[in-house]
Each structure stands twice: as structure tokens, then as C-alpha cells.
Design a protein around this ligand. Sequence first.
Ligand SMILES: [Zn+2]
Length: 426
Amino acid sequence: MRRFLAFLVLTGLAVAGAVWLADRPGEVTIRWQGWRADTSVPVLLAVLALLLLALSVLIRLIRLVFGAPKRWLAALRLSRQRKGYAALSDGLAAAASGDAARAAKLARKADKLLHDPAITGLLSSQAARLSGDDHQLAERFRAMTERKETAFLGHQGLAELAVKAGDRTTARAEAAKAFDISPTAPDLSVLLLDLHMEAGAWAEAEQVARLARRHGSLSEADFTRRRALILLGRAEDSMAAGDEAQALDWAQDSRDADPQFTPAVALAADLLRRRGKGRKAASLLKSAFKTHAHPLLIAKWLTLGEGESALDRVKRLQDLSQANPASPEGHVALAEAALAAQLWGLARSHLEKALTQRPTRTVFQLLAQVERDERKDETAAHGWLMKAGTDSVPEPAWVCGGCGHHSPDFALCCPACGAAGRLEWT
Ligand SMILES: [Zn+2]
């Protein structure tokens, strides 16, 4: 409608102009270089208008001709891009279906057509992963770190490659960069937590553990366990630095975080005893022994009465075992103490109970010792030792959940594989 109105106005103006000119005839004479032209004003104006029209057409033509290569190049680029993205999409589908050869071929094609390793990085890395080429994979991941959108995948990939190559330092640095970009990825936060703990970076480990719990990557139970381990790590560091007061604080915090965590209870009790707080140490050990009769607690309990007679030792252990009278650990410890005090009957009765609960090699060896010490009966002793070889069950130990290594002593990091916090008492 607006166009139609404009057309009407312009036509009106043109007609009015033509009428106006026709009403005012005039002549024009042009003389130039011995050349003369006589004409009327309307004709001159018409000629001028035609010249202007011709000039504008000429300019358009020139633009068309000179702009052609640029347009052609743009069209070519667009076509390459279209083909590149098609190759990228097909390649990702091939990688997802596990077709390594096709994924690699399409990755090369997409690389060639798109000229942007940051965009094709995901496909190239998938292809390199499928073909098992770690060197190329690392290069791809490095390219991905340069682009904001793929930087997380790049750093995470580099961290995983470093773990595979056994380079825990690089793995920790790369995982930390990825975690800074996205703290919500569950596998990555657990990996970074492990790496920080292995490196003894307790403050960083605690921060990651808290964020992982907040984002649901770490369950409440796992968080509690990890936090107790981290606090024990801090206590051990303070011990190594000679600061026992600080070590005690950390050990007690660790025990408060997880009252079932025997190594923390044992360390706290040890430090309390050394600072003259034997009663507090005893109550700490007894309350832990109530729910988890661990040999480490028994060992620390016995240090509270260092230098006392064999008979007093038996009484001391009887006091502790009242907290958990049915535990095989308590029976074995009491049997050992009774043997030392030459209370054969008492030793025998505890060993018989331990034998029905958990017949370990130690139980059989102690039974043999009773036969030898009380009755000098080598045949009976030999019989028990023979049984130890055939009927005994494995001694409980700290077992690494990562590599299966058995260790009698607790350590924050597995002595065999170095994994942090994987030792469980079984
Ligand atoms: Zn291990």
C-alpha cells in the first residue's frame, strides 16, 4: 500500500514536471570545440536523465564483474564448510559405533575442510582414542584446550592420558584445570581428589571433596571417609614437622569426622598418652573398641600400662574386652597376655572361643604354645601347627581396594600401588 502511494506521488510529480516544462518552452545552444548543438530544455533534460541512467547501469556492471571472484570464493568456502560439518557429524557417528578406520578417515577430511583443530578436536580425539594412538590423542587434546568450549574435554583427556602413562604430577595439574572449568563432572572430581591426596595436598583435597559432595559426585559416606583420611594426613604431616599439639588437634578432628576410623583413634590416643592424658586416651580407645575391635586399638591400649606385670596386663585387657566381649581380637589378645602370665586355663578358654569365631594361624600357634608351655606336649603342639596349615583362615589385614595388596599396618597411600585412601581392614 505504501509502495503504491509512493508510486502515485512520484508519477504525479513527473507528470506535473512534464506539464510545467511544456508550459515553459526554452532553447539551449551548446558550443564546444567548433561543434554546435541546438535543442530545447525538455530534450536536454531527457538526455541528461538517460545519461545518468546509463552511468548507473555501467557502475552496476563493473561491480558485478569485479565482485564475481569474491562471491565465488565465498560460495566455495560455504560449500567446504558444509562438507566439513557433514564429515564431522558422520565421523562422530562412526566413532560412537566404534568404527575406528572410518572415524579416522572422516576426522582427516573434516580437519582438511574446516581448518580448525579446536572444532574437529572432539572427533579427532575420538578417532585417535579408538586407534590407540596416545601421542596423537595428546596433540588433539592440547588443541582442544585452546578453545573455551572444548577446553574442559582437552584438560580432562590430558589428565587421563597422564594417569595412563603413570605421570601423576601432570595428571594432577591437568585435572585441576579441568575441575576449575567444570567442578560438576563426577569421575574427574574423584580422580582429582585421589591425586591431591596422593600428593599430600590436604587443603586442595578437602576443597575438592567439599565441592564434589555439593555436586553429588561424592556420597555422604564417601565424603566422611575421605575427610577423616585427609585430616589424618594433616595430623601425620604435623607429626613429621614435630608439632605434636597440632597433630593431636588434626587426629581428634579426623576421629570426630569418622569415629570408626581406627588409625585416627589410635593416633589421637597415642598423642593424648604422650601429653599425660591417659584417662582421655583410654576412654577414646574403649569407645572405639566397642564398635570395632581392632588390634591397633588393643596395641595402643596396652601402651597405657607400659612396664606393668604380666598379671596386670591381663587385668588391663579384661577391662578393655568388657567393651566388646564377643570379639575374636579381644580373645586372642587375652590369650597372649594369659600365656605370658602363665594362666594356662584362661589362655585355653579364650583360644577355644577364638577358634570357633575366627581360626587364624595365630590362634593355632598360640594353642600349640599352650601345649608346649603347660604340658610340654610336643605331639599336641605339632598337631595344632599341622592344623594351622590346613584349617586356618587368613589373618585380617589392610587390603588395598586398588591392587589387592595386603598390609599389616595402615598407610594413607597403598605401599604397593600408591593409591590414596584405598586400604580397608578386612
Ligand atoms: Zn594398592
